[in-house]
Design a protein around this ligand. Structure first.
Ligand code: WT7
Length: 659
């Protein structure tokens, strides 16, 4: 088996392999050839049609898109709707309440299957509990939970009340949780005593206590799920056990019928500055596009498919393709709490076989990890139920794509490489599984109803074979509606680079067939295992440590995680006394984990005497990346002090750590 490698650009653009859908797949596909032409010129009218087809509106809308106040978009603005009603109640009313909504697989081996009717009742009870804790339509609720059914219930209970949720990934630190609770001014925090990971319980509630101790006057209550049974500190009057209140609550609950543009959730993601952006999504347009793409791209047949998206609900993939898309479509899905290697490296494939998973959606970093572990592991399990595979989060190397299709998909399944972002809310560029001749490594074509392109520095579309920036030319229903509390940053970040056009922050190429290859971020954002991290945010964490005077962080290419964090630090006054370099490096790595979360922990910390800067003081990360990737150092002529690179190289005599 060959080792996964990042392909050179030339290889990307001459990729010759094509994987046509089989005639059997194509014949039964939800979306047939001709889908692109059927959209017509009026994209808003197309989406209005999809919305009527896929959602149940309380008050039908008469307006599709209002773009008169661009870049503020209003979709279906005079309609009223409720997201939880669309995800649950209407399926029960339609007589499919007995269908399993969630097959939950806990890491320790516990499992539960929950029907649509049961989930509807649990959400209604929880909505009543949240209301009794003071949550009203428009109030924000922070959710900090492992991937257990209560996480899905909590999100939908908020949606039922029209109370925007802000889910914070359970792997984030108390510090990160605090800044997100504070920014959104959450009234209630929903958490658990802990969760299970790598065979051991980990605690969550102490991080909430620590976050609230830093000051969060908006928070009135903490609702706590018991998952691990760990000993938990308790603040009387503020903290409430889920099991003391939810089971007793009434299942009678009238959903809040909100306007289409009512906020559904805030989700924080990394940008180019140190402060994470609270990406705001609203209700009607978002639900329309997540439902449509979930049905079209994954060829979903709700009555027969068993769908599994491996993302955590802490990321946008978990919002759009674990919670809202699948449930609005009435799908049966699997959710799994743990890691792929617990208790053994075949766990995922065991789960696929156990539930007969038909559609699997995961990230390239997981696929590369499984490639490294060897094909014998998946070969020990019956994967014959799989009929479609999806990839998301970062570019997938053609070799990983082909391996995924051959080893996991039995050389039979279509593979869809889906490009989108927290900001786009839903899939934007992807093959259509029954239509497209798939090309490994390329997301290929904007979906019907989406107008995206690759443009040059002047905003002009590049010809076939050209490279530039990925843009979206026309508003789309699931687009972000802003950055929480910072309207200027919204306009600046996304709509000012090319006026009137959405700038995605990704570099891209268009090949000779006009297919799009997304190459990765062009800004100071890294992508580690499909998770977005800001270089500035990690630099700020490093300089918040007493020992560090200055820091520069780069994303260096990594065979498994796509990119890895490499930090260069200048120590204050020559560094602490009596601490070895290895101890120093480990302390700084742990410090970053504490400030942001373990995913942000640098792979290496290199102590340097200087940083390469331009005359205007901008750190030349390109040169540091050359060092981090063991390359010959590129053009350093614009440095303020051209000897800096020699100085750095001569000082770097084996310092740093790697694990
Ligand atoms: C960034 C968005 C989309 C949900 C998970 C990540 C990269 C995402 C692909 C893909 C190449 C991809 C981009 C994008 N990305 N999918 N199929 N091919 N790159 O959401 O955390 O907001 O990150 O992930 O760089 O800008 P996110």
């Amino acid at each position: 088996m060959s080792e996964p490698n990042q392909p050179a650009l030339e290889n990307l653009l001459t990729e010759g392999r094509r994987f046509e859908p089989s005639p059997e797949f194509a014949a039964q596909a939800n979306v047939q050839a001709g889908a692109y032409d059927a959209v017509g010129e009026d994209l808003a009218a197309y989406w209005a049609g999809r919305s009527r087809e896929l959602l149940t509106w309380r008050t039908p809308f008469t307006q599709s898109l209002d773009w008169s106040d661009a870049p503020i978009a209003r979709w279906f603005a005079d309609g009223t709707i409720n997201a939880a009603y669309n995800a649950l109640d209407r399926h029960v009313e339609a007589g499919i309440g007995d269908r399993v909504a969630l097959h939950f697989e806990g890491e320790p081996g516990d499992s539960r299957s929950i029907t649509y009717a049961e989930l509807r009742d649990e959400v209604a009870r929880t909505a009543n509990v949240l209301a009794s804790l003071g949550v009203r339509t428009g109030d924000r609720v922070a959710i900090y939970l492992p991937l257990v059914p209560e996480a899905v219930v909590a999100m939908l209970a908020c949606a039922r009340l029209g109370a925007p949720h802000s889910v914070v990934f359970g792997g984030f630190s108390a510090e990160a949780l605090h800044s997100r609770i504070e920014d959104a001014e959450a009234k209630v925090v929903i958490t658990a005593d802990g969760g299970f990971r790598r065979g051991k319980p980990f605690a969550l509630k102490p991080a909430v206590d620590e976050a609230l101790a830093k000051g969060a006057p908006s928070v009135e209550h903490v609702l706590v799920v018991r998952r691990t049974g760990q000993e938990t500190a308790w603040t009387e009057g503020r903290d409430v056990w889920w099991h003391d209140v939810v089971p007793q609550a009434s299942t009678e609950h009238e959903p809040a019928w909100v306007e289409a543009e009512h906020p559904l959730f805030i989700l924080y993601t990394s940008g180019t500055t140190g402060k994470p952006k609270g990406i705001l999504h609203t209700t009607g347009g978002y639900l329309t596009q997540v439902a449509a793409t979930h049905r079209d791209v994954f060829d979903l047949k709700p009555a027969t498919d068993v769908y599994w998206c491996t993302a955590d609900i802490g990321w946008v993939t978990g919002h759009s393709y674990v919670v809202y898309g699948p449930l609005v479509n009435g799908a049966t899905q699997v959710i799994y709490e743990g890691t792929p290697d617990t208790p053994h490296r075949g766990r995922w494939w065991e789960i696929v076989a156990k539930y007969g998973v038909t559609i699997l959606y995961t990230a390239p970093t997981a696929i590369r990890t499984y490639m490294k572990w060897g094909e014998e592991i998946p070969a020990q399990h019956d994967l014959s139920s799989l009929r479609l595979l999806g990839s998301v989060g970062e570019p997938i190397n053609p070799e990983a794509w082909v391996w995924y299709r051959r080893v996991i998909g039995g050389d039979r399944t279509p593979v869809v490489d889906t490009w989108w972002q927290t900001e786009t809310g839903a899939i934007m560029i992807s093959p259509l599984p029954g239509v497209t001749a798939a090309k490994p490594g390329s997301a290929q074509t904007p979906l019907p109803g989406i107008s995206a392109n690759v443009v040059d520095d002047d905003g002009q579309p590049v010809p076939a074979g050209g490279g530039g920036y990925l843009v979206v030319n026309q508003p789309w229903p699931a687009m972000l509606r802003g950055i929480w509390g910072d309207p200027e940053r919204y306009a600046d970040t996304y709509w000012s680079r090319f006026p009137g056009v959405y700038f995605a922050g990704d570099g891209a190429k268009k090949d000779e067939d006009g297919d799009i290859w997304v190459l990765g971020r062009v800004d100071d954002v890294m992508n580690v295992s499909g998770h977005r991290l800001s270089t500035t945010e990690i630099e700020s964490a490093l300089v918040s440590h007493d020992w560090v005077a200055e820091a520069a962080v780069v994303g260096a290419s990594d065979d498994t995680t796509g990119q890895a964090v490499v930090a260069f630090v200048i120590l204050r006054g020559g560094g602490p006394e009596g601490v070895t370099e290895a101890e120093l490096v480990e302390t700084l790595r742990q410090h970053v984990a504490k400030e942001i979360g373990p995913i942000a922990k640098p792979r290496q910390v290199l102590v340097v005497p200087e940083l390469p800067k331009t005359r205007s003081g901008k750190i030349m990360r390109r040169l540091l990346r050359d060092i981090a990737e063991n390359r010959t150092i590129g053009d350093a002529t614009t440095l303020a002090d051209s000897s800096v690179m020699d100085l750095i190289k001569s000082e770097l005599s084996g310092g740093g750590s790697k694990d």
